[in-house]
Design a protein around this ligand. Structure first.
Ligand code: SAM
Length: 277
């Protein structure tokens, strides 16, 4: 776990995580002020379209206060807190990186949501799940980091009852990449598994899931990441003031890398919901 947890820092989105505390200070919060999930949702979601995307997922899965949710790769805890605060569902939020997990737990505590969101730290593939069961497994922009899709789906199947749902927004390979492109993504986005879309779906079917929907998100995410990069560059003065120059440069480099690969037409985005048969 420690190996992955340190190597994944080659992805610049995962460095300079003190930026969350900088944003809280910018909101006028002291280091211990209580928070609410809505007021921090502008900077605690590490996927596209923030809480709107999470709302859409919850509607597709009919998430309510009785749903036991597992999130794989929960980052700063933004999606988990939004699910809990808006539906009352209990969420187990699993995160590989200890620093992100600790920050996520702090934010959840300050939002008064620790009774609904349990933060756990570990690698999904080696975590001691014992006999735990969930109704739905959700994951935003995380499972492309994990190389062994077969094992990931075997474990997921074990954690779900028959009829249980698996929802993900994730990356896939839309067109063949050169070795140099694949290497740049391996380093800058820590890609572990990036099949084409047909293989992506087949893996789920082979693991005993029925695909309920599979939405092509590539064009939408190309536009999103283009706007994100432009906005970020336009806000340089503000970002350097709130954070510092090195944080600005790291984030700008990451936003540029992702956007270039979407614009090449080779990096693809998918939203998939599957049911365990
Ligand atoms: C792009 S972030 C998304 C975080 C969160 N889902 C969100 O949308 O705000 C993906 C997260 O997955 C985590 N991750 C990657 N591999 C993992 C693994 N094997 N087990 C658990 N978490 C993992 C990373 O550490 C990272 O924080």
């Amino acid at each position: 776990m420690l190996d992955h947890a340190s190597h994944i820092k080659s992805m610049k989105l995962y460095t300079h995580i003190e930026r969350i505390h900088n944003e809280l200070a910018e909101l006028g919060k002291s280091t211990s002020d209580p928070l609410n999930a809505d007021e921090i949702s502008g900077f605690d979601q590490l996927h596209y379209h923030g809480t709107k995307a999470v709302d859409e997922a919850m509607a597709m899965m009919s998430t309510d206060q009785h749903t036991r949710v597992l999130e794989i790769g929960s980052g700063f805890g933004g999606p988990a807190r939004h699910i809990a605060s808006s539906s009352g569902a209990h969420v187990t939020a699993l995160e590989l990186q200890p620093d992100q997990n600790a920050l996520a737990a702090e934010l959840t505590e300050r939002c008064g949501l620790s009774n609904l969101v349990e933060h756990v730290c570990g690698d999904f593939l080696t975590y001691p799940w014992d006999a735990q069961q969930f109704d739905t497994i959700v994951s935003w922009l995380a499972i492309f980091h994990i190389s062994d899709r077969h094992e990931l789906l075997q474990i997921s199947s074990m954690l779900l009852p028959q009829g249980g749902l698996f929802f993900t927004e994730d990356m896939y390979c839309r067109a063949a990449m050169s070795d140099a492109e694949a290497r740049e993504l391996k380093e800058g986005m820590y890609t572990g598994y990036m099949p084409d879309l047909e293989t992506y779906k087949k893996d789920f079917v082979d693991a005993g899931f029925e695909i309920l929907r599979c939405d092509e998100m590539s064009n939408d995410w190309t536009e999103f990441t283009t706007d994100r990069l432009i906005d970020y560059r336009n806000g340089k003065e503000r970002h350097v003031r709130v954070h510092d120059e090195s944080t600005y440069l790291a984030m700008e480099e990451f936003y540029d890398l992702v956007n270039r690969h979407f614009r090449s037409g080779k990096l693809g985005g998918v939203r998939l919901m599957a049911r365990k048969i």
